[in-house]
Write a protein that binds this ligand. Structure first.
Ligand SMILES: NC(=O)c1ccc[n+]([C@@H]2O[C@H](COP(=O)([O-])OP(=O)(O)OC[C@H]3O[C@@H](n4cnc5c(N)ncnc54)[C@H](OP(=O)(O)O)[C@@H]3O)[C@@H](O)[C@H]2O)c1
Length: 252
């Protein structure tokens, strides 16, 4: 249960080493927060994430094994997290960007990315929704992307996985309306994180901390969708309706 000030007491992060996820946990840190489960593949990065959040004063941080592609293991991960106590926020933060040309050259790589970004997310979102509605409260925060809103030539495989995820999360938001549980769909533009260090930042790029702040305010307002930065909503509204012949010529 959130405390009297509506601050989460317990957070489950699926994709527990994500830069955006860790910034979000820091932004949600408060004296009320006493349990944070980082579900991620075993790695030195996972141990560093636990140590760094703990050093920053976040209480009760632990790690559990989680592979987004291993859908048969997901119910066990979710059930264990909810068995220990109520979970106020489930943050779905895993994802792979990949490389468009490599996806076209080797479709097996594209299938692997889709297994993580869409199939894995489908699996955990539906399961998390059942647990959240069962306890009658809590938020499912899903990291979608503006890349899914209109597929671009330069990254349409990744975009297609995010389009599927976004449709799923938006549908879940409607399905859970009135249940006590809530879904927040987060649509960032370019975020300067480990996922994008090899790329030139795009216009309107933001930091993981800016995405985290948008998540915190979206949760406080009970929003269903947030764009980061907020101006992306207007940009995407324009891009979505641009005639294809014009859209094709854009250097994006
Ligand atoms: N950065 C951007 O520009 C941007 C923009 C819009 C949306 N997003 C979305 O935001 C989310 C977080 O991304 P980020 O920017 O924070 O990048 P990040 O730091 O690279 O985080 C991505 C995370 O996904 C995890 N992951 C990948 N494959 C996995 C698997 N099979 N099982 C479990 N975890 C797996 C990685 O864990 P490992 O440590 O195990 O590799 C890593 O923690 C992603 O869904 C991304 O698509 C990012």
């Amino acid at each position: 249960m959130t405390d009297a000030l509506d601050r989460p007491t317990s957070i489950l992060v699926l994709g527990g080493t994500s830069d955006i996820a860790l910034a979000t946990v820091r932004a949600l840190r408060s004296p009320a927060l006493h349990r944070v489960v980082l579900a991620a593949r075993p790695s030195a990065g996972r141990e560093e994430a636990v140590a760094s959040l703990t050093a920053d004063g976040v209480a009760g941080v632990t790690a559990v094994d989680f592979d987004a592609a291993a859908t048969e293991s997901h119910e066990g991960v979710l059930a264990a997290a909810f068995a220990t106590g109520d979970v106020d926020v489930v943050l779905v933060a895993f994802g792979v960007l990949g490389d468009q040309q490599e996806f076209e050259d080797d479709p097996d790589l594209a299938v692997e990315a889709a297994q993580v970004n869409y199939v894995g997310a489908l699996s955990v979102c539906l399961r998390a929704a059942r647990h959240l509605t069962g306890q009658g409260h809590g938020s499912l925060v899903v990291l979608s992307s503006v890349a899914g809103e209109r597929a671009r030539r330069s990254n349409f495989v990744y975009g297609s996985t995010k389009a599927g995820l976004d449709a799923l999360a938006s549908g879940l938001a409607d399905a859970l309306h009135g249940s006590g549980a809530h879904v927040l769909v987060v649509r960032p533009g370019f975020v300067r994180t480990g996922m994008t260090t090899h790329l030139e930042p795009a216009p309107l790029s933001v930091t993981a901390e800016q995405v985290a702040d948008a998540v915190v305010s979206g949760l406080r307002r009970g929003s269903t969708v947030v764009y980061v930065p907020a101006a992306m909503r207007v940009v995407m509204s324009g891009l979505r309706h641009l005639p294809r012949a014009v859209f094709r010529r854009l250097p994006i």
